[in-house]
Each structure stands twice: as structure tokens, then as C-alpha cells.
Design a protein around this ligand. Sequence first.
Ligand code: HEM
Length: 475
Amino acid sequence: EDDNPLDQLPGPPKWPIIGSALSFIGTSNTDVLAMLRDFPEKYGYRYMIKVFGQRVLHIYNVEDIEIILSSSRNITKNKPYLFLEPWLGTGLLISTGKKWHQRRKILTSTFHFNILKNFSKVFEEKSRDLVHRLKQMPDEVDVASVFSDFTLYAICETAMGTQLDFEKSESSVKYKDAVQDIGKQVSNRLAKFWLHSDLVFYQTTLGKQFVKCLKTVHSFADSVIMDRRKKKISQEDFLMMQNFDDNSFNGTKKRLALLDFLIEAEKKGEIDLEGIREEVNTFMFEGHDTTAMGLVFGVMLLADHEEVQEKIYEECKSIFGDSDRTPSWSDLTEMKYLEATVKEILRLYPSVPFVGRQVTEDFMLGDVLVKKDVDILIHIYDLHRREDIYPEAEAFKPERFLDGEVRHPYAYIPFSAGPRNCIGQRFAMQEMKCALSEICRNFRLTRKAKGVRPTLKADIMLRPIEPVYVKFLQR
Ligand code: HEM
């Protein structure tokens, strides 16, 4: 076996060839999460696990995380992301090297401030509909499905310019179901290592369902893209809409979607049709489940903490007075307490609990040489619960983010950090703030299982094992 300085690091017992595989045999996804949680106590905040020759370096230290995430070199994702490739292609999330750099440049300019303001109109409308829907649900609600719909409608309208909630054609209903199913299928596959091989996976019922959903999702996205390309927005209209502000466009439904910017980029030869497909699918994936899970854990924590709800309610009252208008972009920017609350929700429940990298060139991690081909796993979830960084780490205290308690930029990384951070970070914050402010203005939240924190599982996303139920009582 090759010599590797990482083998000197602590970690679970290793045997020849199989490495530490025995430590994991027969453990479910939830147990693995629990086991990994115990490891730092035994092995410290930097340890190595080797399974069948693959070394995985596990990282929980702020300094180490900074070295890894701030690097512009080691930006290649590790293997689990590949299970998304049949759906997303090598879109922004999965691509690397030159392709990633080019795409990141195009998409960053698309996500600039003015455009986000444009998108925030969509959040307003969808939040109003969400409140309306919740008013018709007097009993405890399984919040996952409500928020999955909400975030899917919002991302579909901003990314593709398509209103899934009003468009009740058979193809759009099938699309919505398929997007939600694919997420579950990938997560299921990840949890069962025998399904990791393509040869096995595509023979199983799960694999066959996956292929069917992929077909639905791709053909829907393709037809939206084709329609939109045919429409041909004139250069003038495009520029005008790009500089959209609340007043000049009042009342019109004409808005630009992410897709329109990609079509513009296509005209300039910066991206091709296949590229547009990849990015539309990538944004549909990254932009919906993540925010939905944030909202699920968010309303659960709010239901447990009436005092936090009251503070949000008071903050809204100071902004809106007696008016029942929905929040504009600048209203949302003013909501400092709510902002701290959303940050605290994502500290305790970061929708993406780990990020992974595959090392493509040797580098020094402090005093240790990390060689090419090692996998790195950064434990966002556990970092966010370190007692030494967050006193009373398990407690839900939005005030942490008002008092400046959190100082180191790499100690709080729900959106990752560095060049490969989340491009939708501001989009997600505004969307969550919009939904939660509307909810707190209209309802008092409570739940039967008050104070009970759910058991979690983690794949690409952090999820509760049992459904979370919350009751929305009208104010
Ligand atoms: C609470 C909500 C969200 C959380 C916690 C979150 C978290 C993250 C994290 C941790 C990454 C880095 C992943 C990695 O290193 O492998 C990431 C990347 C990304 N996110 Fe988000 N995200 C959220 C919402 C969104 C939204 C709403 C969008 C789109 C509108 C989005 C689009 C993306 C994209 C495209 C990437 C890949 C960026 C790149 O590699 O250049 N995310 N996100």
C-alpha cells in the first residue's frame, strides 16, 4: 500500500484492504450520522477514515475549513454528487475546472442585486398564497409538503418563468411530482451502498422509477426552454426589464427569469443549449429542497419558542403598522431580528449538512500534507454545534447573531464559503424571510410535540426522519 502522511492521523481502527469498513457494516443512514457525531470526541476535530483504499479526511476545525474552502484550486466535488449527474448534468453544482469558472461568471452576473429584487416579487406572491393555504388548514399540518410546494413554485417561476401553481396541465403536475420524487430516490440510493453501482441500481425498481422521473423532468424543462427561446425578447425590452424597479413595472406580469439570461448568454455564444438545460435543472434542484427544509425546521423551532415569534411579530408591526401589504425587498432588509432568526435556524439545521471535495492537487493543511485523490468531508452540522464556538449550542437563540457572538467567518457556513459558496444565498435568505414574516404576521404557531427535536438523517440534505407537524392558529 502507498505511503500517506494522513495515515498517521487518528481515526477508527483500520484493517488491511477493507480499512474501517467493519465499523460501518449494517449501520443505517441515521446510525452513521450518530456514529460520526461520536468520532470527534474519540479522535479530535481532524481524523481520517479509510474504506477499501479510499481515504476520507473529516474536518471540523475552523482553521482547516478556511484553508480548504478559501482555496481556488481544490474545487472538485467528491463522489456522492455524481448520483445527481443524470439529472443535473455537469451544471454549476457539479462541474469543475474551466467549465465551472465560465458558468460561475455568467450566473453570478445573472444573480446580481437588481435581478434579485425582481425575483422578490415572486416571493411576495407565493407567500401570500402560502398564508391563504395555511388558513384553510385548522389542524396540525405536515409542514414538509406545504413548504416543498411553496419553494418549488417560487424557484420554477424565477428560474424558468413558469407558474406551476396556476398551470394545471398534466405535464406540469407530472413535473412537480417527478422533481419531488427524484430527490427522495437519490437520497434513498445514497443511504444503501449496494445501490451505488450503476449496474445494480438501474436493475432495481428504484432505479427504473428514477429513469422514468428523469424523462419527465427533462422533457418538461426542455419544452419550457424551447418555448422561451422562440419568444425572442427584444434587446430593448430585455434591458428595461433588467433594470426593473418596483415603480416602473407595477402591475405587469412581464418578468425576466433566470432562463432569459441564459438565452441571452447563448446569443453571445457563452453557453449552448445543453448548458442551459444543465443550469435550469441545477437551479431547480438546489433552489427548492434546501429552502424547504430550512422552513420545515424553522417553523418547528418557532412553534417551540413563542418569545421569538412575538419578537418577529413586533418587528413586523413596527415596519408595517396597520397595513397588510406584503413585504417588499427593502422591508425584508429592515427585518434584522428575523434575519438573525433565520441564521440561527440554519445554524442548528443547515440544510446541507456536509460538503465534500476530492483533492486534485497536493496541499498543506497546517502541518499535514494532504495528497491528491483524498476525499474531504467538512462537517457543517457538527461545526455549528461546537460548544466552544456556540455556548449552549443546542439552544435556539437568535440573539447570538445580533450580539456579534459569532465572529469567525468560517465558524458559520450554512452556505459554504469561498469561491464555491452558494450562489443562491441571498435569494434563499430573502425567500425564507418573506415566508416566515408573513407566517408570523398572520399566525401563532404551536405543536403537540413541543420541544421534541426530531431524529435526523443526512444524505445530501438534512431531514427529519418523522414528519414535523405544526399548528397555525390565526392571529
Ligand atoms: C437555505 C437554503 C440553501 C442552503 C442551506 C444552501 C447551501 C448550499 C451549500 C452548502 C452549497 C455548497 C455545496 C458544495 O460545496 O458542494 C451550495 C451551492 C449551491 N447552491 Fe445553495 N443553498 C441554499 C439555497 C439555494 C438556492 C435558493 C439556490 C438557487 C436559487 C441555490 C443554488 C446553489 C448553486 C447553484 C450552488 C452551486 C454553486 C457552485 O458550485 O458554484 N442554493 N448551496
